[in-house]
Design a protein around this ligand. Structure first.
Ligand code: SF4
Length: 296
């Protein structure tokens, strides 16, 4: 494999992810804009967001100044080993930081010193899997700090919100998370949710489920029903875009589940802001990208 081509493809992936929102997110924002009352604060907020999305794409500039945590998933075929991939991805990240696709966003948690190039322990955050076929599949997400601060994990039962160990309890957790994010998480938001797992695996799965398309349908009928219900209920709370009031509080809810031990019942909520930056590609050994995973 020619690593120079891979590096160029990864740099383009980072540029697209930072500057261009995926089509499903743009459609959901446009739908919200149509729903908001004329001349309302909610309509104004969504219009500003929408204009910002358009300008970022035209100028290849970050959609938001906080380019977030870099999360990378890669399915590696036999011709691309993990060490080579990491090295190449990191070169692309350094270049992307230099040219301004990414903000200098990686801080040593002990000294407070910014590494200046987005590299450091845990940055980027990698998840590797073996590929099923011969293509390399790379997906990435840029998750803003403001939205990450509004992510939450519940341990059920939770008497504060009257949540027991069942889907009604999960519903209560999700509505509580939406209310808590009000005016803070740069809504309209998207919830990635995992029911069960342990504290670590629950959050990982909650974030992973955000790679689903906003307009897809959950294979699990019970969870599909809960997703629809949360969308409906959250969007009738009146919180609206940026917490200014209005109809569009959530753009999507994606729920998955993991088995748990009898003693624990966690509900992990990965809260994502409107700057829902995710993209990916599939690439063959020769370096040709066969498919972008999210149309912009
Ligand atoms: S929460 Fe999202 S939109 Fe708000 S500042 Fe962070 S990245 Fe930007």
């Amino acid at each position: 494999m020619e690593t120079k081509i891979l590096q160029a493809n990864l740099l383009e992936l980072i540029r697209r992810t930072s500057a261009e929102l995926p089509g499903d997110v743009k459609q959901a924002i446009a739908k919200g804009l149509r729903k908001e009352k004329k001349d309302s604060s909610g309509q104004y907020a969504l219009q500003v967001i929408s204009d910002n999305i358009g300008m970022a794409k035209v100028n290849s500039l970050p959609i938001c100044q906080d380019t977030g945590t870099i999360i990378c998933y890669a399915e590696l075929p036999s011709w691309c080993d993990e060490k080579t991939f990491r090295k190449t991805y990191e070169r692309a990240v350094v270049k992307a930081t230099k040219v301004g696709y990414l903000r200098q966003n990686s801080v040593d948690s002990i000294t407070g010193v910014n590494s200046g190039n987005n590299l450091g322990p845990g940055n980027p955050a990698y998840h590797f899997h073996p590929a099923k076929g011969k293509s390399l599949t790379v997906k990435m997400m840029l998750k803003g700090g403001g939205s990450e601060n509004m992510s939450a994990q519940y341990s059920l039962p939770d008497n504060r919100i009257g949540a027991g160990r069942d889907l009604e309890g999960v519903r209560r957790c999700l509505l509580d998370a939406v209310v808590n994010a009000q005016g803070k998480g740069c809504g309209p938001g998207i919830l990635g949710v995992c029911v069960g797992g342990d504290r670590g695996s629950g959050y990982v799965a909650a974030k992973e489920t955000l790679f689903r398309l906003l307009d897809d349908k959950n294979d699990d009928k019970r969870l599909a029903k809960l997703e629809r219900q949360i969308m409906k209920e959250a969007n009738s709370l009146g919180i609206g875009p940026m917490g200014f009031g209005g109809e569009t509080t959530l753009l999507g809810v994606k729920i998955t589940h993991r088995n748990r031990v009898p003693a624990s019942f966690f509900v992990s909520v990965a809260y994502m802001c409107w700057a829902f930056r995710r993209n990916g590609f599939q690439m063959g050994e020769g370096g040709k990208i066969s498919r972008w995973l999210y149309e912009s």
